[in-house]
Write a protein of this length. Structure first.
Length: 372
């Protein structure tokens, strides 16, 4: 994916508020909507798409934070069998625009009906749990789910054998009817979907017995997805065409696999680095030691140098997570708590009193009963 400066595209500063971003987006989509630039439609479309892409990232706090940190958003999208790598499709884009358009101008200003005869299938969202190891090294997972697929018996037409139709008398098989409308943008001739045949141009005379005329059947599907190393908790993988079948032979929707990374108690992740805390006693802090702590891959040895102070930060280099962009793994950062004992045995107390004596530091005398 080419690196783009989303802030520059929207013409806002890096610290712009969500409202500023929304306003900039609103102004820009009005300016660059492809229908307003019939003479250089291609350029306007590219520009419009770019604006939409920038807005989608910067208006979402999580995506924006990821973009600020990594300079891009999303995981490398790989799926077994080949991904298109296309970040948007027309339906998403213009569907999104329509929503925004209606939000700003109200339903009354809606100026164009969807003229497509076929409708793209719905997306499917699936959440799966993955382990820390999967994030460290990447993994391939088999996923089972159900979805609508195009009925093979009627080729998605809903008509028996795919042939039991007659031509729609209202649109004469074109699936669309033309309408002239006076709108906000002037007089516009639009095509609308024929209501009699639903845009297919044909009327079914006998329904397909396999799918009952729906053109779609429920199918249990098994696929493999590759999880790239370094994915975030909540990250998602897109499997193009993994969603439901469309209507009237429309394309499949996408499957989004949302990844939930199982926690390791006591370990917190922040980007590539992970954080935890450990308690040691003051003898260990003063004399130094090696202790075992919980790491991402089981036990790790942490060296405590002699003279370690409370709240010292120690690092296990390369024991964090990898970055989705590659490069070395992050670090495991450990905060060391030096714990002062609340109770002492007789021997311990005696030794500490001796210690205080040699160090010439005053302590409470025994009769105060401070320690017992
Ligand atoms: Zn069928
Ligand atoms: Zn029709």
């Amino acid at each position: 994916m080419a690196k783009k400066d989303y802030y520059e595209i929207l013409g806002v500063s890096k610290d712009a508020s969500t409202d500023d971003i929304k306003k900039a987006y609103k102004d820009l989509v009005k300016k660059w909507h492809p229908d307003l630039h019939p003479e250089n439609k291609e350029e306007a479309e590219a520009k419009f798409k770019e604006i939409h892409e920038a807005y989608e990232v910067l208006s979402d706090p999580q995506k924006r934070a990821q973009y600020d940190r990594f300079g891009y958003v999303g995981q490398p999208q790989e799926n077994v069998g080949g991904a298109s790598g296309q970040p948007f499709n027309q339906e998403d884009l213009f569907g999104g625009f329509e929503d925004i358009f209606n939000m700003f101008f109200g339903q009354g200003m809606r100026r164009e009906e969807n003229v497509s005869r076929s409708l793209r299938g719905e997306d499917i969202y699936l959440t799966i749990q993955i382990d820390v190891r999967d994030v460290l090294y990447g993994a391939e997972k088999e996923i089972e789910y159900t979805r609508y697929e195009t009925c093979q018996a009627c080729h998605g037409t809903g008509a028996k054998d795919g042939t039991s139709f007659k031509t729609c008398p209202k649109c004469h098989g074109t699936g669309v009817v033309r309408v002239q409308q006076r709108t906000f943008f002037g007089v516009v001739t639009t095509q609308t979907t024929c209501d009699m045949c639903g845009g297919s141009g044909k009327i079914i005379t006998e329904k397909c017995p396999v799918c009952g005329g729906r053109g779609k059947v429920i199918v249990k599907k098994k696929i493999k997805v590759r999880i790239p190393p370094g994915v975030d908790d909540g990250g998602r993988l897109r499997v193009p065409n993994g969603g439901h079948a469309g209507d009237n032979g429309g394309p499949y929707g996408d499957l989004f696999v949302i990844l939930r990374v199982r926690d390791i108690p006591g370990i917190k992740r922040e980007g590539r680095d992970v954080y935890s805390e450990v308690d040691i006693d003051f003898a260990q802090a003063a004399l130094g030691t090696e202790i075992e702590i919980d790491g991402l891959e089981g036990k790790e040895i942490l060296s405590i140098p002699a003279g370690t102070q409370p709240n010292t930060i120690l690092k296990l280099r390369g024991k964090g997570f990898p970055s989705p962009n590659g490069g070395p793994r992050g670090d495991h950062i450990v905060k060391v708590n030096v714990v002062i004992p609340k109770r002492l045995s007789k021997d311990q107390e005696e030794l500490l009193r001796r210690y205080a004596e040699i160090s010439h530091t005053g302590v409470n005398s025994k009769k105060h009963g401070f320690f017992r």
